[in-house]
Design a protein. Structure first.
Length: 104
């Protein structure tokens, strides 16, 4: 009886450890919490860009990885590019912004 309890306890411990290790982040992969946070950041940045009437938001793509926002797509002027970058930087949780936008 004691042996089966020890085996069960060991099994539960190994299962719990595997679950924790499986949810941690690496340099190239986000944890579940980071993925959720990045989704919220992406949504907020997109909302800020859509709310700016001078920007053609359909031509600006937003991606976030571990708090770093990447903006890509096309804008019509350097002022539009600077405006989109500024809006992205103003969103809470953004660590930095990578600019991969191109002028038309």
């Amino acid at each position: 009886m004691k042996l089966s309890i020890k085996r069960f306890t060991t099994f539960c411990f190994v299962l719990a450890l595997a679950s924790v290790v499986g949810c941690t982040s690496t340099r190239t992969q986000e944890s579940t919490g980071q993925y959720f946070d990045d989704t919220v950041i992406t949504t907020k940045v997109k909302s800020a860009i859509v709310g700016e009437p001078t920007l053609k938001s359909a031509e600006i793509n937003v991606e976030t990885f571990k708090g770093v926002v990447q903006l890509s797509g096309f804008v019509t002027s350097s002022a539009d590019m600077a405006k989109a970058i500024g809006l992205a930087r103003s969103v809470e949780g953004v660590k930095s912004v990578k600019d991969d936008m191109r002028l038309k």
